[in-house]
Ligand binder design. Structure first.
Ligand SMILES: Nc1ncnc2c1ncn2[C@@H]1O[C@H](COP(=O)(O)OP(=O)(O)OP(=O)(O)O)[C@@H](O)[C@H]1O
Ligand SMILES: [Mg+2]
Length: 485
């Protein structure tokens, strides 16, 4: 009956529903046994085939066994012993229970592995056969639409070059309709690569599909179509092997309230095959790296939000995984802890391939070697921060400060030097202008302003390149306009 309970548990995702249905099954089988089966089993004319049919259900088989036991110990009888079990039909009860135990455990294991209930990527229904004998459903071919040249080149590289540790190939995720809303395409035909010793930053507005992508890469969600190769292993076919070399820090902290930091690290370290002294060394090392050594005796329920986040990053990195996925690892950290964690990530990325999502442009510039800007489930731009600024930046920003009464005169002066300049704002004598790229040589601006600054009463001035934030906002704005038109 325990094996039967394991089998039933596969079909439930909520404890409460499972408990209620469990009680209903118990009560119903009690009522049926007592009122219907009791007379059938005790009737000597009942055919053996009916008794065997009843025994297929483990609760009824147990009831049959209890009836046999009752007959066996009846007053005045010879008593039930191992030698006369057959006289009471008890031998069949034992055989049925043992066989059912094995069959139900096997079925529970099989359904758990293949049925698409609950989280995780499920195995092919014929997973026990060699790979070549399993036919995979034909993937959808979602429309690729228009792509910028860098995204198209990234797609070409992903599909042709196999040397990269992470290759995402036409990954697509469509959530089924729910709560009165239609289906949602969260990731639309994504192709990209992440190189060795590279930290790839995923930037994008809320709901762009960043976490959905990470959840597919780590095997928590099954792609609707497409796939990804992690060190040559397929995220749908080889998820167990992939887990041995991957570390993940999900967007939501996944911690047990009653376990301490070291207990969490020991648990995940053992999953990564660390044992004995090596495990203890790694636990101490990662606790120290994320500054949690002093809090090692506290349970995670006593941790602050930032401490929980740091523990999740340590969990992702214990066991030296060669592929690391970090979904907003520094959310909720104070500036000092964030700086410390940046150092840890910068050091660790040298020995792995890392995908990191963040909403902080400062963090992206500090940690990431390449960035992908993700909008509406698609990559809108990809490249190094310098490339994105040069390619998508709108120009230079010129800031000039004068006493307020010279504001108009200064404005005219800027338009004389750079006729295509756009005034962005003006406040108490400080004015900011955007100077389009290639409209004027930077050296000319420097020369003229430096020469004229005293005559023009300029007290302060500066010229800066486009920031990553401006590039990000510009790409999002233009991509959203294109997607909605
Ligand atoms: N289980 C689900 N069922 C239906 N839609 C979902 C589900 N999970 C996510 N979505 C939708 O998929 C889209 C992408 O969500 P996702 O969490 O991947 O975004 P994100 O880029 O990580 O956003 P954020 O920056 O806020 O973390 C969103 O529109 C979201 O509403
Ligand atoms: Mg997210």
């Amino acid at each position: 009956m325990i094996a039967f309970a394991f089998l039933l548990s596969v079909f439930f995702t909520k404890t409460r529903t499972a408990s209620i249905i469990g009680y209903i099954i118990m009560i119903l089988s009690g009522i049926i046994s007592d009122n219907i089966l009791s007379s059938i089993i005790s009737d000597p004319n009942t055919p053996i085939s009916v008794l065997r049919g009843i025994s297929v259900i483990p609760q009824f088989c147990l009831f049959r066994g209890l009836r046999a036991l009752r007959n066996g110990v009846a007053w005045g009888g010879p008593g039930m012993t191992w030698s006369n079990l057959t006289d009471y039909g008890m031998h069949e009860v034992f055989i049925f229970l043992v066989v059912e135990w094995a069959v139900f455990l096997l079925l529970a294991f099989y359904f758990e592995a293949v049925l698409p209930i609950g989280p995780g990527v499920k195995k092919h229904p014929l997973f026990f056969l060699p790979k070549a004998l399993r036919s995979r459903s034909t993937p959808l071919s979602p429309d690729k639409g228009e792509e910028s040249k860098d995204v198209a080149e990234e797609r070409r590289i992903a599909s042709t070059e196999e040397k990269f540790p992470i290759r995402v190939l036409d990954l697509h995720k469509r959530y089924p309709p729910s709560a009165g809303r239609g289906p949602k395409i969260a990731v639309n035909n994504l192709s990209m690569t992440i190189h060795e010793s590279e930290c790839f930053g995923f930037l994008g507005p809320n709901g762009a599909g960043k976490s959905t992508t990470i959840n597919m890469l780590c095997g928590y969600l099954r792609p609707t179509s497409g796939t990804a190769k992690i060190r040559g292993l397929d995220i749908v076919e080889d998820v167990d092997e992939i887990h041995m070399q991957m570390g993940v820090c999900p967007q939501e902290n996944v911690l047990w309230d009653d376990l301490t930091g070291p207990e969490h690290l020991r648990f995940y370290g053992r999953i990564k095959n660390l044992r004995g002294e090596e495990l203890e060394e790694q636990v101490a090392f990662w606790l120290d790296q994320v500054n949690l050594t002093k809090a090692k005796n506290k349970t995670s329920s006593q941790y602050s939000g930032g401490m929980k986040r740091r523990l999740c990053v340590a969990i992702a990195m214990i066991g030296n995984p060669s592929v690391v996925l970090l979904d907003e690892p520094t959310t909720g950290l104070d500036p000092a802890s964030r700086q410390d964690l940046w150092k840890v990530i910068t050091e660790y990325k040298k020995s792995c391939s890392m995908l990191l999502t963040t909403h902080s442009m400062e963090e992206a510039e500090e940690l990431c070697d390449r960035l992908g800007i993700f909008v509406g489930g698609k990559l809108a731009a990809v490249g190094t921060p310098q490339y994105l600024k040069a390619e998508f930046g709108q120009g230079y920003r010129l800031g000039i400060t004068t006493p307020q009464e010279y504001e108009e005169e200064t404005k005219k002066f800027v338009f004389e030097i750079a006729p295509k300049a756009i005034q962005l704002n003006s406040l108490a004598g400080t004015q900011n202008f955007e100077i389009p790229k290639n409209s004027i040589k930077l050296s000319k601006i420097f020369k003229v302003i430096e020469k004229e600054k005293e005559k023009r009463h300029i007290t302060d001035w500066g010229l800066s390149n486009t920031t990553l934030e401006e590039v990000f906002l510009h790409i999002i704005e233009t991509t959203m306009d294109t997607q909605s038109s």
